[in-house]
Design a protein around this ligand. Structure first.
Ligand SMILES: [Zn+2]
Length: 194
């Protein structure tokens, strides 16, 4: 079999994979350094993500942990580190001056090696809309990137960026957002949570 798909990888960690497939994947993991590293990374990430349902604080810490964790395996798996440059939820005073109501859109900027991600989250809880754009740093093609959004406890939402690097996700449940973005030409992967 080929490498384990990231979606399957997450299901593996969440123990949602049927026994026959799980055994196949685990067999592959024993032979494949790349998938083993990726699996461990998901495991660390997702096991650290669960408590943040209850409190918003760990996001930054989590990102730091991921960044530290991923350093040694960057060449191995094509993962890049991402860091949250700005989040209007975390810095409400700086953005709005006077804190308004929750109907305001949340704005987030995430920086990666290849591109910045500008996210705007609006709408009611459990039915939010995420509008976003990948802004390349230098000569990077951000069109047709695979976007996967996971909210723990919900099915993954999938989409692709358009020619301008823009994408929209609708009917997004509330909770920590867990993004995986794969750039098609390089296969470079970026994951982050906001
Ligand atoms: Zn593999």
């Amino acid at each position: 079999m080929g490498h384990v798909d990231p979606a399957v990888m997450i299901d593996l960690v969440e123990q949602k994979v049927r026994k026959s497939e799980r055994e196949r994947c685990q067999q592959h993991l024993t032979d494949c350094e790349r998938c083993t590293a990726e699996h461990e990374s998901w495991w660390t990430f997702l096991s650290g993500l669960a408590p943040s349902n209850l409190t918003d604080a760990p996001t930054e810490l989590l990102n730091e942990c991921i960044a530290i964790y991923q350093k040694p395996e960057q060449q191995l798996s094509g993962f890049q580190k991402a860091c949250v440059l700005f989040d209007s939820f975390l810095q409400p005073l700086a953005v709005t001056g006077l804190r308004g109501t929750m109907t305001e859109a949340r704005q987030v900027v995430v920086s990666t090696d290849d591109f910045d991600v500008h996210l705007k989250v609006s709408g009611k809880e459990f039915n939010q809309t995420v509008m976003a754009q990948l802004l390349p740093k230098g000569y990077i093609d951000v069109a047709d990137a695979e976007i996967q959004l996971r909210v723990p406890g919900h099915a993954a939402l999938l989409t692709r960026s358009n020619e301008f690097g823009q994408f929209t996700l609708k009917e997004v449940p509330s909770g920590p957002f867990f993004f995986l973005i794969v750039l098609p030409p390089s296969g470079n992967m970026v994951q982050f949570s906001v």
